[in-house]
Design a protein around this ligand. Structure first.
Ligand SMILES: [Zn+2]
Length: 372
């Protein structure tokens, strides 16, 4: 048994990632153990090919250096290109200043601990193999949290290109697969409430002004705060105890129609409940907010199926990363192995906190089917 298999929480470096990894555990049971993965044949075959080609850690480092290319063979202290490096070593020895520096400094592989896992992820994604972190951790021989971090970082790199090349779309179209919590999920709420919270934020209002396509959709109130004073007063009054419609009329001294509209609005937001005999109560919190059914866009449907089959749901926060993985998987002409290598080469280093703090914007990019 190797060290990493013992306990992912032993490594203090991994703790934050492991914490973030909690968003890959379903909302229904946040403490469920990570299930034993079932392996797609495609993944097994690709891993075997990988093992045959890269037998040692040194082979893997060598290949990563090759991915980065000759431009990165320089002394990180004095920039001299008069450097020497042994096979499979990260260290460049400088002939000019005689100091040693890492060939991975200032690259996407900066201070990586598991070169083999990194190369394997490059290899699999570069071939369009489908897998989740739980399936990846065993052939990669890393803890679940490291597996997740590596995949997210590569998705992050792909995402950078995604933004430039493909169709923009509202992230609310994907709400039906947001069933995993993230640091952005409001406390005590369903993971998809993250979408509404995000839309409420000021950034959203700016986006609405800028993004023409959002104007096509009628703007329904998305939360209690966006409803009128009367709706709010009604919501405040209602509690666990059932109140009759007529008593509400008497209490508010209002018109029947006025009350009906308010009830309709609160119902649309799933905030109140109607009981037999025309009694009303406030709905217990944590109830899943009403989910708009995703459109008939076939690209969206394909993506939703992809997420359900491979990842069993995602958090809203990471949506854009999964869209990037989906893109690279489907668009094989654009994202062959050398394209991924090229993207890694030109991308600046990614810190763990870059990935942790990444939040999917309200407008995301999705590959149209015609791009395959
Ligand atoms: Zn030097």
């Amino acid at each position: 048994m190797t060290n990493h298999e013992k306990n992912s929480f032993e490594d203090p470096d991994q703790f934050d990632n492991a914490h973030d990894a909690a968003n890959d555990i379903t909302y229904e049971d946040p403490y469920a153990p990570v299930e034993k993965p079932d392996y797609p044949v495609e993944l097994i075959v690709a891993c075997r090919e990988f093992d045959a080609k890269f037998k040692t850690n040194a082979d893997c480092i060598e290949e990563l250096v090759k991915i980065l290319g000759k431009n990165f063979l320089y002394c990180r202290y004095c920039n001299s290109r008069e450097v020497r490096r042994n096979f499979g070593s990260r260290t460049l020895i400088c002939f000019a200043c005689r100091r040693g520096s890492s060939v991975f400094t200032d690259t996407v592989y900066d201070s990586i601990k598991k070169p083999r896992a990194w190369l394997l992820a490059n290899w699999l994604i570069g071939q369009g193999v489908e897998f989740n972190s739980n399936q990846f951790r065993i052939p990669a021989r890393v803890a679940y949290s490291s597996a997740l971090t590596i995949i997210k970082k590569l998705a992050f790199i792909i995402k950078s290109d995604l933004e430039n090349e493909v169709e923009a779309i509202g992230s609310n179209m994907f709400i039906s697969v947001f069933n995993k919590r993230s640091s952005q999920t409001p406390a005590q709420e369903h993971p998809c409430a993250e979408q509404f919270a995000m839309e409420k934020s000021e950034a959203y209002l700016e986006d609405v002004e800028e993004d023409r396509f959002l104007d096509d959709e009628p703007q329904r109130p998305k939360c209690l705060e966006e409803l009128g004073e009367f709706e709010n007063a009604l919501y405040e009054l209602l509690g666990e105890e059932k109140i009759h419609f007529d008593d509400l009329i008497r209490h508010f001294q209002c018109q029947v129609g006025e009350l009906c509209v308010a009830i309709f609005e609160l119902n649309m937001l799933d905030l109140i409940e109607r009981h037999g005999g025309d009694y009303y109560t406030r709905k217990t919190k944590q109830a899943k907010p009403a989910v708009p059914e995703s459109s008939n866009n076939p690209s969206i449907r394909d993506f939703l199926d992809f997420v359900r089959n491979i990842y069993h749901g995602i958090s809203r926060k990471c949506l854009h990363l999964y869209l990037a993985l989906f893109w690279s998987k489907n668009h094989r002409v654009r994202w062959n192995r050398s394209a991924l290598a090229e993207a890694c080469r030109k991308h600046p280093p990614i810190k763990g906190k870059d990935v942790l703090s990444f939040v999917t914007p309200l407008i995301v990019n999705l590959v149209g089917q015609n791009l395959y």
